[in-house]
Ligand binder design. Structure first.
Ligand SMILES: [Zn+2]
Ligand SMILES: [Zn+2]
Length: 157
């Protein structure tokens, strides 16, 4: 049995289940995440789209400007507007799930901190925590089984 994680929006209209652990999890300190969350960072768990089971509700899709120009959609509850996950770069097979929407929001910890060049100065990272000014080399940082999962998902997309 694979470990699963249930989550949902604030009003309860959207409920979902993640059917395994994530491939990799970012704590993103970029200024866009700070603006969009109203907080110091966003915690995004990377999942194959087909490992998100929608149990109730239907998220609405909001197009966001993206500095890369490759597109960013945020999938939100249509009622309370809480952000559930993102599609960065218009990749149908890949979702960035907001870890804070899980019923057990502390069950998934970040594997890497990214965009620490814009980290708020009063957030201190643990010694030995993997942290990157901007981004990282996926082949160097991801576990082999996660690279294999991502390759398998992108192959059928
Ligand atoms: Zn809601
Ligand atoms: Zn970010």
């Amino acid at each position: 049995m694979r470990e699963t994680f249930d989550g949902g929006c604030a009003c309860g209209a959207v409920r979902f289940r993640l059917t395994s652990r994530p491939m990799f999890t970012h704590c993103c300190h970029c200024l866009d995440c700070q603006k969009q969350t109203g907080g110091a960072f966003a915690i995004n768990a990377l999942y194959e789209t087909d490992r998100i089971d929608l149990l109730s509700g239907a998220p609405i899709v909001i197009d966001m400007p993206s500095p890369s120009g490759r597109g960013h959609e945020i999938h939100r509850c249509g009622h309370c507007q809480v952000a559930l996950w993102s599609n960065y770069g218009r990749r149908s097979y890949l979702r960035f799930v907001r870890v804070a929407t899980l019923d057990t929001p502390h069950a998934i910890a970040p594997d890497a901190h990214i965009f620490t060049r814009s980290k708020v100065p009063w957030v201190r990272l643990r010694d030995g925590q993997r942290a990157f000014d901007v981004f990282y080399d996926m082949k160097a940082e991801w576990p082999p089984e996660s690279l294999a999962r991502r390759a398998a998902a992108s192959a059928v997309a």
